[in-house]
Design a protein around this ligand. Structure first.
Ligand code: PEP
Ligand code: MN
Length: 335
């Protein structure tokens, strides 16, 4: 349920409503709006007595929240969330580009790519220091050394860095170095990891699981918000289907639905969806057309030598072409 306060409600009246909610053993979540305050009622196991709250001074309305995701949904918070990371802004009205290699391989590799993607227009740098690999024999990432390299990239280029926290064990370490903590597709329903991310003071980029429904994805984000972190960016990265022509199937229909359902920023990763370089630019154009707030793209200066995901990594010159095209598209679709 959502208790909507009248525009004239005083802070004492708001506090009294919060106290009344808590007195019933529910959790109160004040949600400041542009014009008026609303207070969400969470953890209500049974039905909430609407009339009890309606009678409190300053209350304008008490409305049910129909979706299972409360904090993440627009019913609770109609205004879009904007995530600010250093100089980069992610969310409504912005088109934010995250680019970099799949994995951090060396300082020279990262600095080389970072300088090029920055020059082309990237706002954040990506690179995995801990890699989720299908095979235990594949390159697993440089670990803390990789995180230190990312910190060097930030220092040198000014680009904030996005990197994955693969599990609980490395979360604290990743949190120390990263500007945005990525939760990968394979971990989307790792609830203890989501709770840990919810206690972080750093923004979280939450990938959609490769077989997750929109509701499951938004409920995963709900775990993070429920634990206290409101700075969440959703990332569609393709789901597994019967298609063999691409690594995954980029579900852009999910993006337009999520933009309506949730106030959180939504970006698209065309690289892991396509799995092949030649599809990354067309899918990026489509993602921006559908209204995505940004893209996360794998770029490598020498993809044929990359230690992971070389086949889907763009050459820096291709990333430059991509930037030009999507900036033109976003101009056309300015709301
Ligand atoms: C990645 O971004 O490097 C990655 C492993 O992505 P995903 O979790 O979407 O597979
Ligand atoms: Mn990758």
């Amino acid at each position: 349920m959502l208790v909507v306060m009248s525009k004239q409600a005083t802070s004492e009246q708001i506090d009294a409503v919060v106290a009344a909610i808590e007195a019933k053993d529910y959790t109160a979540r004040p949600i400041p709006g542009g014009e008026r305050m609303a207070i969400g009622i969470l953890q209500n196991k049974g039905a909430v007595e609407t009339s009890y709250f309606l009678e409190l001074p300053g209350v304008r309305d008490v409305i049910p929240v129909t979706r299972p995701y409360k904090l993440v949904g627009r019913e609770f918070q109609p205004n879009s969330t904007i995530v600010q990371v250093g100089d980069a802004v992610i969310g409504d009205g912005h088109l934010t580009l995250i680019a970099g290699p799949c994995a951090v391989e060396s300082e020279a590799q990262c600095l080389n790519i970072a300088r090029k993607v920055k020059q082309a227009g990237a706002h954040l740098f990506r690179g995995g220091a801990f890699k989720p690999r299908t095979s235990p024999y594949s390159f697993q990432g440089l670990g803390e050394e990789g995180l230190k390299i990312l910190a060097r990239v930030r220092e040198e280029t000014g680009l904030p860095v996005v990197t994955e926290a693969l599990d609980h064990e490395v979360f604290d370490l990743v949190e120390k170095y990263a500007d945005v903590i990525q939760i990968g597709a394979r971990n989307m329903q790792n609830y203890s990891l989501l709770r840990r991310a919810g206690r972080s003071h750093k923004p979280v980029l939450l990938k959609r699981g490769m077989s997750a429904t929109i509701e499951e994805w938004l409920m995963a984000a709900e775990y993070i918000l429920e634990a206290g972190n409101t700075q969440v960016i959703l990332c569609e990265r393709g789901v597994r289907t019967f298609a063999h022509h691409s690594r995954n199937t980029l579900d852009l229909s999910a993006v337009s639905v999520v933009l309506k359902e949730s106030h959180l920023p939504v970006i698209v990763d065309p690289s892991h969806a396509a799995g092949r370089r030649d599809q990354v630019i067309p899918l990026s154009r489509a993602a921006v057309s559908v209204g995505a707030h940004g893209l996360m793209v794998e770029v490598h200066h020498a993809p044929e030598e990359a230690l992971s995901d070389g086949a889907q990594s763009l050459y820096p010159e291709q990333f430059e072409v991509l930037c030009g095209q999507i900036n033109a598209i976003s101009q056309v679709f300015q709301p």
